[in-house]
Design a protein around this ligand. Sequence first.
Ligand code: A3P
Length: 326
Amino acid sequence: MATIHDEDGKASSREEEEVKKVPTQEEGGLFSSIPLVQHGNFWISPHLLKSIQLVQEEFVPRATDVILATFPKCGNTWLKALAFAITNRSRHMLADHPLLTHHPQDTVPFLELPNRQIQPLSELEAIPSPRLLATHLPFSLLPASVTAVGSRVVYMCREPKDVFVSKWHFENRVTEKLVVELGLSFHLFCEGVSVWGPIWNHYLEYWNESKARPDKVLFLKYEEMMSDPVKEVKRLAEFLGAPFTDTEERSGVVDEVVKLCSFEHLTSLEVNSTGVSDRIGGFPMENSTYFRRGKVGDWENHLSAEMAQQLDSIVEEKLKGSGLTF
Ligand code: A3P
């Protein structure tokens, strides 16, 4: 029977009935919510344990690295596209841009991968500086050397109810035959049990780090990116060490980058809307999986007012005193 285990493999005290409805790892595959194991303050997929260890032991960060960090479904695909477009804009005329023919997920490699034994970390060594890299690792699970050498980190968070809804759709889409009931998934999310959860711990670690070292950790919100993309993209470009010049601003380059990476534009491209790719080894996914609605507030179409209030008050309580609000 599927269940939730702690590091020692002991079943948790969750209600028996609910546990019975939870799919097994074999049924759910890599992206199933369950079973997860606890590692530090986080719930993770057992598939990633080895990879985390390899990243911690073997990843060699550089001072010039920029790591794009997100909790799953907070806009990692968008952030990859933006950071890639900003940092490569002098090399690529927008009319002939790699993002027109390459999926944003293929422009920036992930640090941790379930099959890091097969796709060794040494492949990252071949990337010339300055490197863009991506991760879902919580800050506390990044190697200490990332901070020691002074690599920069860009973190993007998102309103938690929208993250939950996006995650629920994603997991049900990639584990096709298996629909995890929304109520159960929500219950677990509220308890902090989701891949890389609890979401509030993930947010808080990067938030606190961005307050302590603002020159090294930039904290972005999906909703602010959506409401004023030009302002946020300029802020991102400055942090990346590639600020837009006055001439570029006057000639509309910022707007072009925003448009190039917009949900509407990316989803209109064949490379993002058709085909299947196996990016992580043994787990092919449709390229369109990374794009769904790209809206702020879509939770309203899926959660009751009661559920919304429940998650809001948990998040508010967990973030209390930090200065981070939604
Ligand atoms: P929804 O499921 O709410 O639509 P990630 O890239 O971290 O997996 O996050 C996926 C979420 O980001 C999905 O949210 C997806 O639609 C949205 N997204 C992808 N590309 C985007 C873009 N260019 N602009 C805004 N949202 C985007």
